[in-house]
Design a protein around this ligand. Sequence first.
Ligand SMILES: Cc1ncc(COP(=O)(O)O)c(C=O)c1O
Length: 398
Amino acid sequence: MGIGSKATIETFEKWVIPNYRRYPVALVRGEGSRVEDADGRSYLDMFPGWGCNILGYSPPHLVQAIQDQAARLIHVPNTWYIEQQGRFAEFLCSRSFGKAFFCNSGAEANEAAIKLARLHGGGSGRYRIITFENGFHGRTFGALTATAQPKYHEGLGPLMAGFRYARMNDLDGVRQLIDDETAAIMIEPIQGEGGVRIPAPGFLQSLRQLCDEHGLLLIFDEVQTGMGRTGTWFGYQQTGVQPDVLTLAKGLAGGVACGAMICRDELAADLRPGMHASTFGGNSLAMAAGLAVGETIEREGILEHVSSLAEYVRDELASWQAELPIINEIRVCGMMIGIELTIPSTPAVGMCMERGVLINATNDTVIRLLPALNVTREDLDEALRVVRQVLAEMANEI
Ligand SMILES: Cc1ncc(COP(=O)(O)O)c(C=O)c1O
């Protein structure tokens, strides 16, 4: 038994910097899509690990791989060749393209992409990167500046030079921002934190064309959409658009800290020795975990499972709309689910939690669910029943 949520909260109040808003609960163990708190209460988690626990809590093959690897070798620096790193790079790149660089988080993956864009454009004086309003790329200074949401910038200026912000789906706006100093366009193929926003049909293709016309790199931030989340290995594979650079993290190693940047073969040499590094990046433990996640997704046919569940969820949520006019729009791509309301979505989180279901609210009015990719239909149904009930209560209160 642990020490209980109350004692953990007291320890935090004394010793931990309060930079997060936390629910007053300590989660201590989990299995599949269920997680238990320190006081023995069980929850059905439709947002496990903020989308990192892509195979749910403690999936056996991942646990075994971590245990085996930890017993042999946890970490060696990148001054040595690391067998698991090579194998995981092969796994990822043979399902996408190019070559991989490993780090530990989404922000770091995006920093690597920003550096690569500048190094690539450096010879011709190109350094500017165009990103999109409502996007989210992380909290380190480069990634933060790339994040075109003023609320995350407050009090932190001056930010990094060299970013310009465009509006999603506004191609003319993007075109006007391009000049001789522009190096790249960076976008999430589906904005996650921005509210599960899917670009209008053709927009990503048009960005690709613009990049080709002007010699810019197209960077897709797939930190949230990657690793099977959308029903294909990577979100771009459903868009018909091939980016030059891909950034990954979150579910990459099933909850073990891991990030990656993948770039076209011809660009790889731009990140030459000495220009970028990460002490923990690509360590044996994270790489073994990533391989176990990838192999499990493939062996258990999880991509197909995600696609068929997505169909089901889309139909199910569409059937709610007639009855619940507070639902403005439903956006589903694989196990990335956004329910946009006409009213603030935050109250739904607490109301669902009281009923034992964990969800997320983002971008003021959007309910976001990122269930484990192997969530069962039964667990999903149970959670959706609760969400529907909560939305009905919220509608009645208006
Ligand atoms: C699309 C996207 N990019 C980058 C990040 C930052 O990732 P991290 O928190 O691992 O730095 C996130 C995190 O939510 C994200 O959703």
